[in-house]
Ligand binder design. Sequence first.
Ligand SMILES: NC(=O)c1ccc[n+]([C@@H]2O[C@H](COP(=O)([O-])OP(=O)(O)OC[C@H]3O[C@@H](n4cnc5c(N)ncnc54)[C@H](OP(=O)(O)O)[C@@H]3O)[C@@H](O)[C@H]2O)c1
Length: 249
Amino acid sequence: MKKVLITGASGGFGLEFAVQLEQQGYALLLHGRDKARLQLTLDALEHPERHSFLFADLSSRKETEMLIDSLVGSDLYGLVNNAGFGVWGGFAAKESVAQADVIRVDLLAPVMLAHAVLPCLIRNKGFMINVSSLAGETPLPYLATYAAVKAGMTFWSEAIRAEHQGEVRVVTLAPGPSPTGFRDVSGAPKGKGDVFSTTAKKVVSSSLQTLDAGGGYCVPGWRHQLLWCIQKITPRFISLALMVNYLKK
Ligand SMILES: NC(=O)c1ccc[n+]([C@@H]2O[C@H](COP(=O)([O-])OP(=O)(O)OC[C@H]3O[C@@H](n4cnc5c(N)ncnc54)[C@H](OP(=O)(O)O)[C@@H]3O)[C@@H](O)[C@H]2O)c1
C-alpha cells in the first residue's frame, strides 16, 4: 500500500487530508505533537489499522532531524507539508522566539523534509503537497512574519515544481481564510476575512483535484479565487494602506 506522510495531521486541513487521502487508498503516517489530538484524527478514519503516528515539534531542529531519520526505509509515495501556525499582532510587540518558530515550522521544516524524501518520491513517481497561503501573495501588517514565510513557501514550492516536472507531482496550495484551529492559535481577531471563508473539505478536495491534473498552483474554491484576484489587481501601496487599518485588532 502506498504511504503518505501528513504533517500537522492533528486537526484542521491535516485531519481533512487524512480523511480524503485514506478514501483514495493510501496508508498514512500521521504527524503531530500530541497523541490525544492525533488519536481524534485516527478515530475519524475508516481503517485505523493501516495508519501510524509520528511525533515531532517542528520548531526544534533536533526533533525535525529525528523525524527525518525515522523515515529512512519508509518508501514514501507522498508528502503533505501542512503543519504550520501564525502569530498575529504588532511585530515589535510579539516575542521574537515565537516569530522565529513560525519560520522554523512553516518553512525550514518543510524544506528539510522535502529535501530528505524527494529522491524517494521521485523513484515512486509520487507527489508533494505544500500548504502555503494567500497570505503569501501580499505583505500583511500584523501578520508580517507569517506572510513573509508563506511568500517563501509559495516561491520555493513553485520552483521545486518546475525543477521536477515529469518526475514528481507538486501542488502549491494557497488557501485564504478557513475555519480551522489556525485563528485561535494565531490570536487572530474574530470576523476578519470571514466573507471569503471556505471549508477545509473544499480546500483539500481542490488540492487533490490539482494533484490529479498533474500538480500546480491551487487557489481553492471561488471565494479564495476572488480574494486572489483582488490581491493581484490591487497595487501594493493601496493594499498596505487598507490592510494596516483592517488587520489591526
Ligand atoms: N486556516 C486558514 O485560514 C489557513 C489559510 C491558509 C493557510 N493555512 C495553513 O494551513 C496549514 C494547516 O493549518 P490549519 O489551518 O489546519 O490550522 P490548525 O487547525 O491549527 O492545524 C495546524 C497543525 O499544525 C501543527 N503544528 C503547529 N505547530 C507545530 C509545531 N511546532 N510542530 C509540529 N506541528 C505543529 C498542529 O499540531 P498541534 O495539534 O500539535 O498544535 C496542527 O496539526 C498551515 O500551514 C497554515 O499556515 C491555514
